[in-house]
Ligand binder design. Structure first.
Ligand SMILES: Nc1ncnc2c1ncn2[C@@H]1O[C@H](COP(=O)(O)OP(=O)(O)OP(=O)(O)O)[C@@H](O)[C@H]1O
Length: 853
């Protein structure tokens, strides 16, 4: 898509200059009158807020009086410098925004949990009260006043965002586009831009604030040794590692510049002068929000997290990273965010990404990262945020090459589909493997034994051999007639040409396309030997000659990938000829169709067959590679499926997410090294996430009793949350089980949030009928939870990747026995036991698996 230079930086830097005076672009207002700008409020010098109990040690910069120029960072330093962003430094005066009426109206009512949106929203008013009331800073400012100031900044930022949107809406492109194609492209880009500038009332515009000791990007002369990172988080400062530890040469806040406050949010917002009011969370300068610690403050004096109630800023939580006297505390806002009832699809975690997650999110585009993590450690969240980060840092490159998120099934994709749009990324494709390899319609199924062989990497070699067997040595010489002359190429010379192409091991189709030119070249050599002086046009004409075409057709015939697979699976001799030494006779028998179909259309292709067809298609002509692929629930892929994904990122990179303990396919991978080899990314870095965010400690400990049987090498997830009473295990008689399950659902429905009733697939119809007869509405997995309908009936086979506030688990034994072997059954059960955020009720009438009993 031709990108106008004017637009090429769209969505990346978004500075005021971007829209302020674009060459030859006119701006209109409905009446032609000049549009009013939002009040400007840029980076400000703000007072230090003291934590509840411990005021920061040492003097702090006082609140800058209104009208006094504040210390500022440079705009580009604040935004960071994504790929190809022209550097620019501008400073501006940005007086404190006075709290407006909206900012002063401090909500006094307690929050309804259902209203709350992301960004560390407090569920009860306690956090707000303890962080705001009775809190006084070193300069005597109360928490209420500080909160009002932050609310004022929110109000001003919203106004600035509105102005940015109005800017975009007022662009008139009538005179700037030479033709309708350009006009259409530009129009769409403007529309996308306008959409991306929407202010979502229930989504916090910023969720955090960093007060740097020095203006980011400024030369912290003489300060570098202070905390090991001074200034390092500026424009180029993506890396979080510095050499220093805690400050040790003087009280914090005493050196050099006054603190510089940056507000961190989902997107960049600038004021009328182009100075940032909210910094994109992905900018390098935002990284200390996720990474800075007492040990390594990264020049951050204060980190403030904000709590929201339905879009209103109602709380904050402070950490003074350079204050040795302040104790390290776990964030209550983080805790509340995790426990916030789930209604609707998966939400982003941008406000609360943890340091080890952030490292993965910000790892570079060129390398592939594989993340092993137990249930609820945030793998999916991390993978999605990584895409958003990469799109920010490498937007142009990825716009050309594309990005893709692969999930295990449609309900999972529906569950995660809102995360990237919420982060402002609307262009990322999401698909299941089945959709990717959809060259043949899938109507059939394989028994596990057949699927296992079809998914084995040896099948790639069988296919390669079978395909190349279509190339036959030329038997006859070629005679090309041109005018009165005849040119003869003997069979042995043709054979040499064909042999050379085979040896180069290029794609079958590419070699077939090259063959006529190779033959024509041989003819031209003869012409030159005979004294003629043929040029390229003659060579092209010879390559198109009917006799040459006939030779190519016989020697290197076109092959339809689906036909090749059809023949392999139908023709025992053909399969045997190419599987010799690769598949045993038994294995060959296992994959042969008992009743071979007559045609591609009538064949009952299975999912594994479709992957074989995809492999064959790639042998014929190279699959286009994307820039980046995220592969979730990767542990369940067969080697052939890994290959299918691998060819879609052969020249790009991947984020591979999975948990070896949750592998429930017969071909589930037992080692990431092996999986990455099949993916073609042996050099990938394998990271491990160990902190569990979803499942309370009591529940994960119970589920982890299965680990020695299902994944002996893996350690129990270290849950970040204690939640006493979150687990109950109840035994009933067989006759009472269904009623007891319904009662447990009723009990769960008394709480806020989503409820998942998980049962073995065979039990689902029984439970569906029981729910219907009692008039309890229920949803299918992936259907959006609403306040009116919060119960989802989940077949165990679809539970993977999903989560619910409360889970009622029906008859664990039936979940285990539904699988072909015990280990797979226990793994399936492990998945089902680890879907709950706040409570798990296990009901059984049969015996529990020994390890749980
Ligand atoms: N840093 C975080 N802050 C807040 N919530 C988080 C954080 N990390 C993860 N979560 C939440 O924990 C839950 C589990 O995350 P996610 O689904 O990404 O885990 P997972 O490792 O993919 O789990 P599974 O293996 O079961 O699929 C989600 O609700 C997610 O929003």
């Amino acid at each position: 898509m031709p990108a106008s230079p004017l637009w090429s930086a769209a969505g990346r830097t978004e500075t005021g200059r971007f829209f302020r005076a674009p060459a030859r672009i006119h701006r209109t207002t409905p009446g032609g009158a000049p549009r009013q700008r939002a009040p400007a409020a840029g980076i400000r010098t703000l007072p230090e807020a003291a934590p509840v109990s411990t005021p920061p040690a040492g003097p702090r910069p006082a609140d800058a009086p209104s009208g006094v120029p504040a210390a500022r960072g440079t705009r580009d330093a604040a935004q960071g410098a994504p790929e190809n962003t022209p550097a620019r430094t501008t400073a501006s005066t940005a007086p404190d925004a006075a709290p407006g009426p909206a900012a002063r109206a401090r909500p006094e009512t307690r929050t309804q949990a259902g209203d709350e949106t992301g960004g560390g929203t407090p569920r009860d008013a306690t956090t707000r009260d303890t962080t705001t009331r009775d809190t006084t800073t070193a300069d005597g400012t109360t928490g209420d006043v500080l909160l009002a100031r932050e609310q004022a900044h929110l109000t001003a930022s919203r106004a600035a965002l509105r102005a940015m949107r109005e800017d975009a809406e007022s662009l008139d492109i009538r005179d700037v586009t030479a033709n309708w194609v350009n006009a259409e492209v530009l129009r769409r880009q403007i529309e996308a831009r306008i959409k991306s500038l929407a202010d979502l009332a229930h989504t916090p515009l910023f969720f955090g604030r960093l007060d740097y000791e020095h203006a980011p990007g400024a030369d912290p002369a003489g300060q570098a040794g202070r905390n090991g990172q001074a200034g390092g988080a500026g424009a180029g400062g993506g890396a979080a590692d510095g050499s220093g530890g805690a400050a040790d040469d003087g009280p914090p806040g005493t050196g050099g510049d006054a603190a510089t406050a940056l507000y961190i949010g989902r997107r960049h917002v600038h004021d009328a002068d182009g100075d940032p009011m909210v910094i994109d969370w992905r900018a390098p300068v935002s990284q200390p929000f996720y990474q800075a610690s007492k040990k390594q403050p990264m020049d951050v004096v204060l980190r403030r997290r904000f709590g929201y109630t339905g879009g209103d800023l109602t709380a904050y939580e402070d950490e003074h990273l350079m204050d040795p006297a302040e104790a390290v505390r776990t964030s209550r806002l983080l805790q509340q965010e995790i426990e916030r009832p789930r209604v609707g699809p998966m939400r982003d975690i941008v406000a609360t990404i943890q340091p080890e997650q952030d490292e993965i999110v910000r790892s570079g585009l060129t390398g592939t990262v594989c993340v092993q993590g137990g249930p609820g450690t945030g793998k999916t969240a991390v993978g999605l945020h990584r895409v958003a980060y990469l799109l920010y840092a490498h937007r142009e490159r990825l716009a050309r090459t594309g990005t893709l998120v692969i999930g295990p099934n449609a309900s999972f994709l529906r569950y995660i589909e809102q995360v990237l749009p919420a982060l402002g990324e609307l262009e990322v494709r999401q698909a299941t493997i089945g959709e990717l390899v959809g060259q043949v319609p899938v109507h059939g199924t394989d028994d596990p034994a057949a699927a296992l062989v079809k998914g084995d990497a040896r099948m790639a070699e069988v296919l390669r051999r079978a395909l190349r067997s279509h190339v036959v040595p030329p038997q006859e010489p070629l005679v090309v007639v041109r005018g009165s002359r005849r040119w003869r190429i003997p069979a042995y010379e043709l054979e040499e040409i064909v042999g050379e192409l085979l040896a180069r091991d290029i794609r079958y189709g590419a070699a077939r396309d090259a063959l006529p030119q190779r033959i024509a070249h041989a003819v031209l050599v003869r012409m030159e030997q005979a004294g003629e002086a043929p040029d390229d046009r003659v060579q092209d004409a010879v390559a198109r000659n009917a006799a040459v075409k006939a030779v190519v057709k016989t020697v290197w015939p076109a092959v339809e990938p689906a036909k090749l697979v059809l023949r392999l699976l139908s023709d025992a001799d053909f399969l045997a000829a190419h599987a010799e030494g690769l598949l045993t006779e038994e294995e060959q028998k296992t994959i042969l169709w008992t009743r071979p179909p007559r045609s591609i259309r009538s064949a009952k292709w299975s999912a594994a067959d479709a992957v074989l067809v995809d492999e064959a298609a790639d042998l014929v002509s190279r699959t286009t590679s994307l820039g980046h692929v995220v592969l979730d629930e990767a542990q369940d892929l067969s080697p052939m499926q890994y290959r299918a994904v691998g060819r879609r990122c052969s020249t790009g990179s991947a984020t591979v997410l999975g948990d070896l303990a949750q592998g429930t396919t017969p071909w589930a991978t037992s080692s990431w090294d092996e999986a990455l080899r099949h993916l073609g990314k042996s050099d990938a870095v394998v990271e491990e996430l160990t902190a569990g965010f979803r499942v309370p400690r009591e529940v994960i400990s119970y589920a982890s009793r299965l680990l020695p049987a299902i994944a002996p090498g893996l350690a129990e997830v270290d849950s970040v949350r204690e939640s006493p009473g979150s687990l109950s295990v109840v035994r009933t008689t067989p006759g009472e089980l269904t009623a007891a399950v319904l009662a447990a659902c009723g009990e769960a429905l008394r709480h806020e949030g989503s409820i998942g009733l998980i049962a073995a697939d065979v039990r689902v119809p029984v439970l569906a009928e029981a729910l219907a007869s009692t008039g309890v509405p229920y949803l299918q997995p992936g259907e959006e939870t609403t306040a009116a309908s919060r119960l989802t009936l989940v077949p165990a086979s679809l539970a993977k990747g999903l989560e619910y506030d409360y889970v009622v688990l029906d008859e664990p034994g039936a979940i285990v026995t539904a699988e072909p072997d015990e280990r797979t059954g226990l793994r399936r059960l492990y998945v089902c036991l680890t879907r709950a955020v706040s409570g798990l009720a296990v009901l059984h009438s049969g015996p529990l698996p020994a390890r749980l009993a």
